[in-house]
Design a protein around this ligand. Structure first.
Ligand SMILES: *Cc1c(COP(=O)(O)O)cnc(C)c1O
Length: 345
């Protein structure tokens, strides 16, 4: 067997390929120049996405990282302070863009399984004085990636949003996987979005599109965000070929996330029965499984790659697995068997 092509690719849900229907839609999508404002397919996607999360309108951007950056930059002025969780994607994996590009100062609060500690969050808010930067924005992540793909309960969002409104702050939800949260909790994505001024989500993860994210918010906010997107070089011309996939994703790829969650649970339960692995089952809520290994994660990665199962260690003894459309039930069973073999060898 060649180790150059995976049999089961658990590295990320971003590896999902577009469906045949998406490829078909790309060929026949009506397109225009979206920077000039006349690509009908992008416009349709932006309207549909906004409707799905109950916001006025939305903006199609190339990636989830740009969605966060454009949102943060549009919500702030240089020197403002924003609050994020210590393990926030924007802080850990976006190359320092809040500092380097939006020129904001970040302040962190701790979370438990991705759920913010309210006392810390509330205690971190400060008003702008001669000496202090003012806090202007809270960024929340649902599902929470580094915490395990965990879901922030709706009541927490509601409490944070009322606190934010009381103190005159805005809230942005990094909802890269908000539909995973929605499916897992049985709560419409719009209910989460109602607790935020803006929400972004990815089409290119579990929803299987090749490219793209959306920022949803008020028309006034999105008009300003569009200029920031242009400033960052994120204006795309005949982007309708990509937006066409997004339309299919929103219609057909959301409900099936349930399967990915079942597969993650199967994996987690089996791995927790293997000697030398430790899985915190409380964190297994959507399509991710994080686990600790007694031995080296890199060695296990290499041994599993030989068996055609790919994944990424996130620390010396910690591994992340992500389930998605292109991992079937048979694939999950195959991976479990391979883990059992690799663990004893
Ligand atoms: C993946 C991800 C992003 C960024 O998306 P990219 O498209 O990879 O830039 C942002 N936030 C969270 C929580 C993510 O998991």
């Amino acid at each position: 067997m060649s180790s150059d092509t995976p049999i089961v690719d658990l590295r990320s849900d971003t590896v999902t390929r577009p469906t045949p229907e998406m490829l078909q839609a790309m060929v026949s999508a009506p397109v225009g120049d979206d920077v000039l404002g006349d690509d009908p397919t992008v416009q349709e996607l932006e309207q549909k996405a906004a409707r799905q999360v109950g916001k006025e309108t939305s903006l199609f951007v190339p990636s989830g990282s740009m969605a966060n950056l454009v949102s943060i930059k549009t919500h702030t002025q240089p020197g403002d302070e924003i609050l994020l969780d210590w393990d926030a994607h924007s802080l850990c994996y976006e190359v320092g863009s809040p500092a380097a590009v939006a020129m904001v100062q970040t302040r962190q609060f701790r979370s438990d399984l991705g759920v913010p500690r309210m006392d810390e969050l509330a205690g971190a808010i400060k008003s702008s004085t001669l000496h202090t930067p003012g806090t202007v924005l809270i960024v929340l992540e649902n599902t929470h990636n580094r915490a395990g793909g965990t879901v922030i309960p709706l009541e927490i969002h509601q409490r944070i949003y009322s606190l934010a409104q009381e103190r005159g702050l805005n809230v942005h939800i990094d909802g890269a996987r908000i539909f995973n949260a929605s499916i897992a909790a049985g709560i419409p994505a719009a209910d989460y979005a109602a607790c935020a001024d803006t929400i972004s989500f990815c089409l290119s993860k579990g929803l299987s599109c090749p490219v793209g994210s959306l920022i949803c918010g008020s028309r006034e906010f999105i008009d300003r965000a569009r200029r920031v997107r242009k400033m960052l070089g994120g204006g795309m011309r005949q982007a309708g070929v990509l937006a066409a996939c997004g339309l299919i994703a929103l219609e057909k790829m959301v409900d099936r996330l349930r399967e990915d969650h079942e597969h993650a649970r199967m994996l987690a339960e089996s791995l927790s029965g293997i000697r030398g692995f430790r899985v915190d089952m409380r964190a297994v809520q959507t399509n991710m499984v994080y686990f600790e290994t007694v031995g080296s994660a890199a060695a296990l990665q290499a041994a599993m790659k030989q068996r055609g199962v790919w994944f990424m260690p996130v620390a010396e003894r910690r591994i992340r697995l992500v389930t998605h459309k292109d991992v079937s039930r048979e694939g999950v069973e195959y991976a479990i068997k391979a883990f059992q073999e690799a663990a004893v060898s």
